[in-house]
Design a protein around this ligand. Structure first.
Ligand code: MG
Length: 295
């Protein structure tokens, strides 16, 4: 089952994406409510997917998007010595966590905001994301997947110089407004082959990241178990699970995103995001991101 949020005649609607991914059956209940346990309600009109605009499936966030760092060992090793003082001493025994502000979230075809006045090192990170469907604390690894509602594709677009410029942290260079594509829909856990999802990122048609979820250092279940130790995870929480090797800042020569670049992010079985990097004035005072409504 694949749940999407779409715009129909200017109104946001939830829908069930058809098996062949060509049609969508509209639902009465918002995706944000379905992941929190509300019944999807009656099925309505069926529309061709090509005639609606896909949005981020999720719009109501309990808190920051929770993220995992260095979860593919090849990515950990490729960046060794390139982190300008942020290198840990050894390969981690536990996952590294950080967060991204919810105002980063954009839809599967929305422009990725790009402002070279803010940063000159915009990098891509293809990732599998999951959304929690059941509250829990100290969730044992063997029960962890029971707490997952479903999976999505995300791109953890990062500003490397902002990561370094503010004390070597992982917040500022990960939380710039309108930079994180999420979607294209939520695929229910029982419809996903968790052992071998292929994660890819293409920029302007060039395949730059390509890895299997089998290469993850910490499994989805382990991430949930570790993250929930002493800390309640709630239905609706979104967790990013890390990026494989091939990021721009670790390449030789380095490769950073520019205005006009087409970034395609995909994971097998979960769909594809197609976003164009687009010059945006993020330095203006007081404009802010679009308000986050209740739906
Ligand atoms: Mg990441």
């Amino acid at each position: 089952m694949k749940l999407a949020s779409v715009t129909v005649d200017g109104v946001r609607r939830a829908g069930l994406v058809g098996e062949t991914e060509r049609s969508i059956t509209l639902l009465a209940t918002a995706v944000d409510d379905v992941v929190r346990g509300a019944p999807p309600g009656e099925r309505g009109e069926v529309l061709p997917l090509s005639e609606v605009r896909l949005e981020s499936p999720l719009h109501r966030f309990n808190r920051d998007v929770l993220c995992t760092g260095w979860n593919y060992l090849d990515h950990f090793l490729e960046s060794r010595g390139r982190r300008e003082g942020q290198d840990p001493v050894a390969v981690p025994e536990r996952p590294t966590f950080f967060t991204k502000g919810p105002d980063t979230v954009i839809g599967p075809t929305d422009p990725i905001a790009y402002d070279p006045a803010l940063s000159v090192q915009w990098d891509y990170e293809a990732e599998i994301a999951l959304v929690i469907g059941r509250d829990g604390r100290n969730i044992p690894e063997e029960k962890a997947l029971d707490h997952v509602f479903g999976f999505l594709v995300a791109n953890d677009v990062s500003q490397r110089d902002l990561q370094r410029a503010h004390g070597g942290q992982w917040l500022k260079g990960k939380s710039i407004d309108r930079t994180m594509p999420l979607g294209p829909w939520v695929t229910r856990t029982d419809s996903v082959d968790l052992t071998a999802m292929q994660v890819q990122c293409e920029v302007n048609g060039q395949l730059l990241q390509n890895a299997s979820s089998a290469q993850m250092a910490f499994s989805f279940a382990r991430i949930i178990a570790e993250l929930s130790r002493g800390m309640t995870l709630r239905a609706g929480d979104v967790v990013l699970t890390g990026t494989p090797s091939g990021i721009g800042s670790a390449r030789d020569p380095q490769l950073f995103l520019c205005d006009g670049d087409l970034v395609v992010t995909r994971a097998s079985g979960l769909g594809e995001l197609r976003n164009t990097v687009t010059l945006t004035d993020l330095s203006r005072e007081g404009e802010g991101a679009e308000p986050r409504g209740e739906q």
